[in-house]
Design a protein around this ligand. Structure first.
Ligand code: SAJ
Length: 426
């Protein structure tokens, strides 16, 4: 059987290579000439995928920008981005254009699986409708499923093969084919009763995270006021062996899933005249964390009689999570802009990120390696992402006041280290 994957990004490329590794002939389709050219050279632009680009897999994998290749495929997985529009509404334009190409080239009897995160109803309404004009019906002329991606960038423990895969079908036959497809590469496939259930399960997973992160961010701000260290409290609560799951405060939420997915759910809810207070509140709380960090930075500087204005501040970590080079939606970007507005003299250091550009269009100056005398020239340091490459001992030895937004310095008990979620000492 020939399998196609549309969208050669951090979801589609690993999926395509996983199918190739399982022995299928696989076609990777992408709009980007550059991505296709790099794939044809066997170049890997997704860090996690390097080990999948074996000679065996590459021998069965071909990349193209030509959607006509769909005509030769027995199954097509759509793994294209589902961002938000400028006014925070679902942007399904990538799905719409991919599906338009399917309509033009899809082989009778082929299986189509949508993997992009989207609101319940998208698969049955948008995808099926796009193929219906010439009377084609899901379950008869072609087969249609929804199966959410659970790719976790940088996660070495959970890979495609050992991460359970939820699948919903437009009809029972569709579901059967979808399950058979994924059973070739995933140990545990989880069939559900409809494409809507599968779409909703994904939004539940990620909204659950966003809401709980917002909640612990609020608890952290409360702990600031009642002289309790939130990190110690979470650690103590996490000793409860049942019914508790730790989340951790931070400078806000970044990435392309957690800040966005809840907005797909709240948008769908509004369409049904249902206003999700949880989602609105958690989005507000998470979006306000950069301001909270800036306020705490000002408090920290004030302790040594300084103001943000004209202070030299080093931001450690622009990526949205540790040990990845992805700075999309990272709260570090807004923290940089807010401090810049207040007249701080800023430098950043992130060994994983290059070419960072903030929302205001600033291109932060990357400080060179962290050496002691350079560190001493800063009035304060913000730890925003806990990259394992950071030499925390060096930073503590410099004696420069640090605002630690990740409890990265948990092992150090130095007066110069202040944490969010912990009252400012003295
Ligand atoms: N964050 C916190 N506190 C937490 C957890 C996360 O502030 O307790 C922040 C992170 O710093 C980051 C943002 O939230 O800025 C998102 O973090 P994340 O750990 O959710 O990482 P993502 O965005 O890579 O989420 C992915 C998601 N995977 C998929 O959508 C398939 C998510 O569902 C996973 O649960 C998550 O990875 C994971 O567990 O690593």
């Amino acid at each position: 059987a020939r399998i196609g994957v549309v969208g050669m990004g951090y979801v589609g490329l690993p999926l395509a290579l996983e199918f190739a590794g399982a022995g299928f002939a696989v076609t990777g389709i992408d709009l980007s000439e550059d991505k296709v050219a790099r794939l044809r050279r066997g170049e890997c632009y997704i860090p996690d995928v390097q080990e999948k680009m074996t000679a065996a897999a590459l021998a069965r994998f071909e990349a193209t920008t030509d959607f006509a290749a769909i005509a030769g495929l027995d199954a097509v997985c759509i793994c294209v981005p589902t961002p938000l529009t400028r006014n925070q509404e679902p942007d399904l334009s990538c799905i719409a254009s991919a599906v338009e190409q399917l309509g033009a080239y899809l082989k009778p009897g082929a299986l189509v699986v949508l993997e992009s995160t989207t609101y319940p109803g998208t698969t049955d309404e948008l995808v099926a409708a796009a193929l219906a004009p010439d009377g084609r019906q899901a379950g008869r002329d072609f087969f249609l499923c929804y199966s959410p991606e659970r790719v976790d960038p940088g996660n070495k423990t959970f890979r495609i093969r050992n991460t359970p895969k939820v699948v919903g079908g437009s009809t029972p036959r569709c579901l059967e084919l979808g399950v058979k497809l994924y059973e070739t590469i995933v140990e545990r496939v989880v069939p559900v009763s409809s494409t809507r259930a599968a779409e909703m399960s994904k939004l539940l997973e990620n909204t659950f995270r966003s809401v709980n992160i917002a909640f612990i961010n609020e608890i952290a701000q409360l702990c600031d006021r009642i002289e309790v260290n939130v990190w110690e409290v979470i650690q103590a609560a996490a000793t409860k062996p049942f019914g508790f799951m730790p989340f951790y405060p931070g400078p806000g939420i970044g990435g392309h899933c957690i800040p966005l997915d809840p907005m797909y759910l709240s948008w769908k809810a509004k369409g049904e005249n249902f206003f999700s207070r949880f989602i609105e509140l958690s989005q507000d709380l998470n979006r306000n964390m950069p301001r909270y960090v800036v306020q705490k930075t000002a408090d920290l500087l004030n302790r040594s009689g300084k103001s943000v204005k004209n202070s030299r501040i080093l931001l450690l970590g622009m990526a949205y999570k540790p040990d990845v080079g992805d700075w999309r939606e990272s709260p570090s970007l807004e923290i940089y802009d807010l401090l810049h507005e207040k007249g701080a003299r800023l430098a950043v250091h992130d060994p994983h990120c290059a070419g960072v550009r903030t929302e205001k269009g600033h291109r932060p100056e990357q400080a060179a390696e962290l050496d002691p005398h350079r560190l001493a020239s800063y009035d304060c340091i913000l730890l925003l992402t806990a990259h394992s490459a950071f030499d925390l001992g060096e930073i503590v030895r410099s004696g420069v006041p640090v605002l630690d937004t990740r409890n990265a310095f948990a092992g150090y008990d130095a007066a110069s280290i202040v944490r969010i979620g912990d009252a400012m000492p003295g």
